[in-house]
Design a binder for this molecule. Structure first.
Ligand SMILES: [Zn+2]
Length: 283
């Protein structure tokens, strides 16, 4: 109860600071006496979603404008890949200064490393706008991670290819995949499409395996978008019974398409140059 009162008091104090409305882009900023933006709220152009951006590192107005623009364009792009998931109409984004791993929960993104420009904003937004796992239990890996992380890596790379974010850090994800294949570090796609993925590839103590899994997911989904009709790929997003659904939608076995993808990466993709190789997370 006491904790609740303190929280309430804290909220009241914050509310006493002036609010300024920037009419040009319809953002509402809550600022302190030094004119630092503490919180920014705005509606998306389609008026369907309210974003609340909490500016813990007190980033400048210019930086907040840049992040606001990135949210608008990511939102528009990501929804072109939606297969009908009903996302939250209010999304909180907590900006952080530390260099830790960003993550998403239902209606919330904890975005680290925001003082620089290498933060996975688009990637995390894909999880919230497209859905992730069994909706009964909110965000989870019950349906695997292949499409869920694959779409995140793919759309992030498409919109911000220069951004150095997990897992490919600004390098073409196909090139990183080729490196893994040539070093016999590939994993079967089937391992990434169901619940068991959690034990094998998502342990916090096992980041190299997680890294490999995300590279596979990103490269495989990119390959699908490069070679098949976009609607087909969107159709299989977050499927509970992925391999079966894949076969129905693509009229091919998952394993056959996996073999074609590996063959394409090995024969058509250029190897990493020495600079790119030096930049790999787990070479
Ligand atoms: Zn992710």
């Amino acid at each position: 109860m006491r904790k609740f009162q303190i929280i309430l008091l804290h909220c009241l104090v914050i509310t006493l600071f002036a609010c300024s409305k920037n009419t040009s882009s319809d953002v509402v900023d809550k600022v302190n006496e030094n004119h630092d933006i503490l919180k920014r709220e705005f509606l998306t152009n389609d008026k369907k979603t309210k974003f609340v951006v909490h500016n813990e590192p007190k980033l400048s107005k210019e930086k907040m404008d840049k992040i606001t623009d990135e949210i608008h364009s990511s939102y528009q792009q990501i929804l072109k890949y939606s297969n009908g998931y009903e996302w939250e109409d209010r999304i909180n984004i907590y900006l952080k200064a530390q260099n830790l791993t960003s993550y998403a929960q239902k209606g919330e993104i904890y975005l680290y490393n925001t003082r620089g420009s290498d933060y996975p904003l688009t990637h995390e937004l894909t999880h919230l706008l497209l859905g992730y796992g069994n909706p009964k239990f909110e965000m989870n890996a019950d349906y695997g991670i292949l499409t869920q992380e694959g779409f995140g890596v793919y759309i992030e790379e498409m919109l911000y290819p220069e951004r150095k974010v997990f897992p490919n850090y600004g390098i073409d994800v196909h090139k990183v995949m080729k490196y893994l294949l040539e070093n016999n570090r590939n994993i079967p796609i089937f391992d990434l499409v169901n619940k068991s993925v959690r034990h094998k590839y998502l342990g916090e103590s096992n980041y190299p395996e997680m890294w490999k899994a995300y590279v596979h997911a990103g490269s495989f989904i990119k390959y699908l978008f490069e070679n098949y009709k976009r609607d087909l790929v969107i159709n299989i997003y977050n499927s509970p019974d992925f391999a079966k659904e894949f076969e129905t939608v693509f009229d091919q076995k998952l394993q056959t398409v996996e073999e074609n993808w590996i063959n394409y990466i090995l024969t058509e993709i250029q190897p990493l140059n020495s600079e790119e190789r030096a930049a790999l997370l787990y070479p």
